[in-house]
Design a protein around this ligand. Structure first.
Ligand code: RB5
Length: 153
């Protein structure tokens, strides 16, 4: 898959570990950094870069890592068409794809250990939206919320 990955200083060096694993599994990675965890930076910059890559189709899915994963997910969900899931367990990771058609995974590098993070990433990457009617109906309602917000004066 084409996967965009970004992490702020709080997400480093988990991003490097995840990218190594994804590349070893044959995925095509667009790496938005950071490559230096000692320089304080701002998670919205990475959410924007990864979110735009997904929104434009350059990447099929995205992965954003910050300290808690919270800021990254809040910022990414501001982008049209981005459905970002903050996951700390494998069940949420695959269900977020199967039911909610999430296209961005957010992780908290200060919350989950490396091995759990890798399992969460594997679960998210391997899962697919089931396309069932009830999930489509709910997603249409989510899209309607976005449309209503965007049409506000
Ligand atoms: C950075 O210190 C930290 O605030 C950020 O990585 C993230 O956890 C925000 O939600």
């Amino acid at each position: 898959m084409r996967i965009a990955v970004g992490a702020d200083h709080g997400g480093y060096p988990l991003n490097e570990r995840v990218i190594d694993e994804l590349r070893a599994s044959g995925h095509e990675i667009t790496d938005f950094g950071t490559h230096d965890g000692s320089v304080p930076d701002d998670y919205p910059d990475y959410s924007l870069a990864v979110g735009r890559a997904v929104e434009s189709g350059q990447a099929e899915i995205g992965l954003i890592i910050c300290g808690s994963g919270v800021g990254a997910s809040v910022a990414a969900n501001k982008l049209r068409g981005v459905r970002a899931a903050l996951c700390g367990d494998t069940y949420s990771a695959h269900q977020s794809r199967e039911h909610d058609d999430c296209n961005v995974l957010c992780l908290g590098a200060r919350v989950v250990g490396v091995e759990l993070a890798l399992e969460i990433v594997r679960a998210f990457v391997a899962a697919r939206f089931t396309g069932e009617e009830r999930h489509r109906r709910r997603l249409a309602k989510v899209a309607e919320i976005e449309r209503l917000e965007n049409s506000k004066q």
